[in-house]
Design a protein around this ligand. Structure first.
Ligand code: THU
Length: 277
């Protein structure tokens, strides 16, 4: 896919997602311009009198829902510098997609009348909303596919499986862009063996993360076919991960991949509700 098309796709997904989270159902139009670092510097100087490049500028056309009676509500213009976004993504070690999404969401919120300069209360509302939208984006905004595949294979290579010789690699992606490895760890007392999925999940929780921080789980096994997690792992996944969280399962040479949600892996799961909690 060309760079232009890839960017268009990213912005389309983010636009749809933002409007959905904001509950905006009308017909809106917004102009988005992608410019170089030099160009955004010139615009920043010209319109805000700030003599340095920036990442995003918004020229909101209307305040909030003022024009809701019009057939199409013009939100105004957003200007983003992908060049600056890439620099920032590198400095935070997260994917370029995530940085572009963050900037576009920020611009869109301004276009809808949100603000973080006027008062602390307004800033708290805007940033909470911004995080909510950002954190519910699809998983590929949080980690690059190549990096995930590389670390998944690396996790599998660390499996401790001297008895079964069946190596399982697991990799959890959290929404801060971090990747958490797991692999099966066997013991001569077989009942003490632990599956790769649960090692990855417990490792992630032990590092301070919770269910809502998890973007997706990737798995690989030594099987020619795409395997599926065992029943015990499904039970644990159903409680420690969101029910709509995707699980990607690769076969041994990654020539096949199956994606299922936690809900699909274990429908009608036993849960704390069954305990009356
Ligand atoms: N195993 C996993 O790591 N995950 C599963 O979902 C199924 C099985 C491991 C446990 C054991 O070390 C080996 O695979 C053979 O059962």
């Amino acid at each position: 896919m060309s760079k232009g098309r890839r960017l268009k796709k990213i912005f389309e997904i983010v636009y749809e997602h933002t409007l959905k989270v904001l509950g905006k159902k009308g017909d809106y139009c917004v102009s988005l311009s992608l410019v170089s670092k030099e160009e955004i510097h010139v615009l920043n100087k010209q319109y805000r009198d700030v003599d340095r490049p920036t990442d995003v500028l918004t020229f909101a056309f209307l305040e909030g829902d003022d024009a809701i009676d019009l057939p199409v509500c013009d939100l105004g213009s957003i200007i983003i510098s992908p060049e600056v976004a890439l620099e920032q993504a590198k400095s935070f070690s997260h994917p370029e997609e995530r940085e572009l999404a963050f900037l576009f969401i920020h611009g869109l919120l301004h276009a809808f009348g949100y603000d973080h300069h006027r008062s602390e209360e307004e800033a708290t509302i805007m940033f909470a909303l911004q995080n909510k939208i950002l954190n519910s984006l699809p998983y590929h905004f949080f980690a690059s596919e190549n990096k995930v595949k590389k670390l998944l294979l690396d996790a599998q290579s660390k499996a401790r499986a001297p008895y079964s010789k069946f190596r399982v690699g697991a990799l959890l992606t959290t929404k801060d862009g971090k990747l958490h490895q797991g692999f099966n760890i066997e013991n001569s007392a077989y009942g003490s063996c632990m599956c790769g999925e649960r090692v990855a999940l417990y490792h992630t929780y032990a590092s301070g993360y919770q269910k809502e921080d998890i973007a997706c789980l990737d798995l690989i096994t030594d099987s020619e076919n795409v395997g599926t997690p065992c029943g015990e792992c499904r039970q644990v996944m159903s409680e420690l991960m969101d029910r709509d969280c995707p699980v990607f399962i690769y076969n041994k040479d990654m020539s096949k991949c199956r994606v299922m949600t936690v809900e699909e892996l274990l429908p009608a799961a036993f849960s704390s509700e069954d305990l009356g909690l």
